[in-house]
Design a protein around this ligand. Sequence first.
Ligand code: 4AD
Ligand code: MG
Length: 453
Amino acid sequence: MRTLIRHLLATSEPADSVTIQGWIRTRRDSKGFSFLEVNDGSCLANLQAVVDHATPGFQDPHPFTTGASVTVEGSLVPSPAAGQRWELRARRVTLVGAADATYPLQKKGHTLEFLRTIAHLRPRSNLFGAVFRVRSRLAFAVHQFFQSRDFVYVHTPIITASDCEGAGEMFRVTTLKGDPDARPEADFFGRRAYLTVSGQLEAEIFACALSNVYTFGPTFRAENSNTARHAAEFWMIEPEMAFCDLTGNMDLAEEFVKGMARYALEHCAEDLAFFNKFVDKSLMERLRFVTERPFQRVAYTDAVQILRASGRAFEFPVEYGLNLQSEHERFLTEEHFKSPVTVFNYPREIKPFYMRLNDDEKTVTAMDVLVPGIGEVIGGSQREERLDVLERNLAFHKLRAEDYWWYLDLRRYGTVPHAGFGLGFERLLMFLTGVNNIRDVIPFARTPGNAEF
Ligand code: 4AD
Ligand code: MG
């Protein structure tokens, strides 16, 4: 029976008979024996196997090259070498699959750009092994965070007919040949259908029945922006709470980001230490800061004042009524507040129809959580629960009330104040690992022109 290297390295006792299986990272030959560094992806560290050239299966060491897969049976013994506690004295070695000299992952470091071209092999590198282990643990942490607070997990649909964000960035789903707009009623679903940009509207339905819910699934945006923070397919977590206002929503959003940072520090220590050393030297300091200090909060109008008074020459203009650009968000969080910051109450013109109108009739209860290094990681709002105001909002945004009849029904029958937000899972992972391109925290990135793997 095979044991994962992670468990062997954590053990406190030698073991007489163990079996490991994995991929050779390097082989070093000495007189009469070889050292095999074996990695099985269960942790960052390799286990060193010491293999005598008389060992069964190892009479010819040459096929045991970098990238080859092996089974090694032997004894786990204290290692005399510095920097490692254990090594495996081999009694039998089996070459499971050879790898010839064209194997592209060699010991020397590779650029992230190159590794993206071999997305089928990059999980075998130290960096990507660490990224995807952290991704898995954090996905678990997301569920634990909400389940422990009695939120109900709702699977919202991937194919939908409604454009939640109203930004016109939807991928069309059709089985028609030719122009799908010619006869949408003849299409598969009898109407125009798209890949979802957000599960929010459906989550609201469930919040207005089960009180506190969340979604966690893939979302899609056909925005043709080739930035380090945008993907065409990304995972979003969207909690939605009934009987909740903007303040309750901001509280949960900040607690959530803090909770994820705390979980990473506690459960991904080895991988974070690696990121801190090789990817971003300020990572640990930043994560500790985030878990320990309160976030700042600032109204959009005040944020605009701060940006205008900064004396900075921004590429994009700063003016009331314009969206904050990434450079503005990063100035606020990295330079002005030097902490995560939640910006709230944005002008209604630049936000979607569902956000609750404030008494000033100019702003809506939007909130964005901005973090250093990334900018926006969360976007959310309190929702408009008043039927007449919602109908006016739809008209204001030039949307047809009949397309949202079921959404309006929620306000017709037992309406409640409610609020929620969406957190981009990849942006969170960028924040928690220091990896600064979204393409490198998702197994197979979908960006304009890229869908190979
Ligand atoms: O701010 P957004 O557009 O908000 C919504 O979709 C709301 N319906 C959420 C809600 O209230 N339930 O997106 C939410 C988050 C952003 O803050 C960002 O982290 C992430 O989703 N995001 C993206 N991540 C990667 N690539 C993209 N193209 C993204 N667009 C948004
Ligand atoms: Mg947003």
